[in-house]
Structure formats: structure tokens, C-alpha cells
Unconditional design. Structure first.
Length: 123
């Protein structure tokens, strides 16, 4: 994971600028889609957005594309990836669009190999 070192350094710098979380949202269908938004936030209320510098944004997009799987075929998919900058814990929620929606989630520590997405059973 040495390729992620510039990303890790950038995330720690964003923490130093007052952000506690980075939130990445993606969406797409057919053969198109991608990252919709990337923001730094003090709280998960997603208010008081802290701008992410362009070079760090590029690193986050590269990493998030790998994590999200870019599965935009047919009806597509959407999701959100949240990084806690203090603990480096990653919360990834992903939904595939099919005739019905299947929801998945996973948690892992940044730098560790991502765990497999687990299907969430809705009641």
C-alpha cells in the first residue's frame, strides 16, 4: 500500500486543517458514472464543508474508484465512503440498482486491505 502514502499524508494534513471526516459520494448507471462529490467535514452532519485541495482530491478519487468497484453497468449503483481522519476507519455503504436495491456495507482501517462488502438485510 505504499501507493497510498501520498493520500495518507494528505488526509492527515486535512485533519490538521480542522476536518474530522472525508465523505465521498459516487453514482452512475449504464456505462457512465463516477465520483459525485468529495468533501472534508468537522462532523458527519455534512455542514461546514472544508475544501479538499486539488492534488489530494485526485488521490482520493483514484483510491475511491478502486474501493467502489466502478460497477455502473445496467441500472448502476451508488454509494458513500466516509473516512474518519482520526482513526482512519473507513465506512463504505454501496447500493446496486437492479429490479430491487441490494445494500452493502463494510468497515476497515485505512491502509489495511478492504474487507468484503456485506449485504445488509432490511427489515
Amino acid at each position: 500500500m505504499s501507493d497510498d502514502l501520498p493520500l495518507l499524508v494528505g488526509l492527515k494534513a486535512l485533519l490538521g486543517r480542522g476536518a474530522r471526516y472525508v465523505v465521498i459520494q459516487y453514482d452512475g448507471s449504464g456505462d457512465s458514472g463516477g465520483i459525485e462529490s468529495i468533501g472534508g467535514y468537522k462532523e458527519l452532519t455534512l455542514r461546514d464543508r472544508i475544501d479538499v485541495p486539488t492534488d489530494l482530491r485526485t488521490e482520493i478519487e483514484r483510491w475511491a474508484d478502486e474501493i467502489s468497484g466502478n460497477n455502473f453497468d445496467n441500472e448502476g449503483s451508488y454509494g458513500e465512503i466516509r473516512i474518519d481522519l482520526k482513526t482512519l476507519e473507513v465506512q463504505h455503504e454501496h447500493s446496486d440498482r437492479v429490479m430491487e436495491t441490494e445494500d452493502y456495507a463494510r468497515k476497515f482501517v485505512f491502509g489495511d486491505p478492504p474487507k468484503k462488502l456485506r449485504r445488509i438485510k432490511k427489515s
